[in-house]
Design a protein around this ligand. Sequence first.
Ligand SMILES: [Fe+2]
Length: 138
Amino acid sequence: MQLTWNPVLSIGNEEIDKQHIALFGFFGDFVDGYSRGEAKDKLLELHDRLEDYVEHHFQAEETLTQQVNLPDLKEHRRKHQNFRLRLSDMHQQISSQGPTLMNIIQTNKALVSWLVQHVQDLDQTFGEYLKEHPPGQV
Ligand SMILES: [Fe+2]
């Protein structure tokens, strides 16, 4: 599955946009691993890379939301935390069951809808706030 970041998804912050572009890459690699029928070990490796990058991205965003005093900072973090748990569950599931058809379908659906929602909704709102309250000027 080709997951491609599109400029229409820009939130107006260069660093976060760069990270979102990279996130699309890691998501795509993982979903492609399933499509290619990769074995459990390889899927776990791709999953770990995705998980590491998601953590890097969330930490960068959480630092920024704090710097600019984002009003719904707690909600933003709660959504990040939910996704961390979901990734952790996914890791557990692949580890115990391997790549079952149900796993593949559920994982693809969950990841793609999360990614689109994160970039299109959650971070667009954050981007709007950042335009009004740039870091260093709060
Ligand atoms: Fe983000």
